[in-house]
Write a protein of this length. Structure first.
Length: 161
């Protein structure tokens, strides 16, 4: 029997956790038997991988929780946090040489361009979904931002509250 066929049979035995298989063809006999030791070893590997995956998920959850707690300043009901809708690089201006699109203390209207986030070589304009005054810019020019990263705090106009 061809060695490739034997290797394929071994792969199937391992994949489907078959403990023993016997194949007879054209007078040739192949018998593959897994010992309890090999089964236990695979079970331990699977358990270890699952444990590592759970630990990784827990670390990611805690990291995200800490990041959200530390990045979001306390605010009152008259403020709105503008967050990144995508992952990318934050820029305050359209071009390197140009002035920032918005400054602290500047009044903005709904739909005004606040910043640019470059993602996959595409410059995405981030527009305001509220009217008000820029109270604070939380992100520095050139910083990498993740989805839902707080970018700016907007003090809402009285009619928006």
């Amino acid at each position: 029997m061809d060695i490739r066929k034997i290797e394929k049979i071994i792969e199937l035995v391992q994949k489907f956790s078959i403990s023993e298989i016997e194949i007879s063809k054209n007078g040739e006999l192949i018998k593959i038997k897994r010992t309890k030791e090999s089964i236990k070893t695979e079970d331990l590997k699977i358990k270890r991988l699952k444990k590592i995956e759970k630990e990784k998920e827990e670390i990611e959850r805690k990291t995200l929780q800490n990041r959200k707690q530390n990045n979001i300043p306390k605010r009152d009901h008259k403020e709105h946090i503008i967050r990144s809708p995508i992952v990318g690089t934050f820029y305050r201006s359209l071009h390197i040489d140009s002035d920032p699109l918005v400054r602290v203390g500047q009044k903005i209207k709904k739909g005004d361009i606040l910043c640019i986030i470059e993602s996959m070589k595409i410059m995405n304009q981030i527009k305001s979904n509220q009217s008000g005054t820029i109270k604070e810019i939380l992100t520095k020019d050139g910083d990498v931002v993740e989805f839902d990263t707080p970018l700016m705090i907007l003090k809402l106009d009285i009619e928006n509250v």
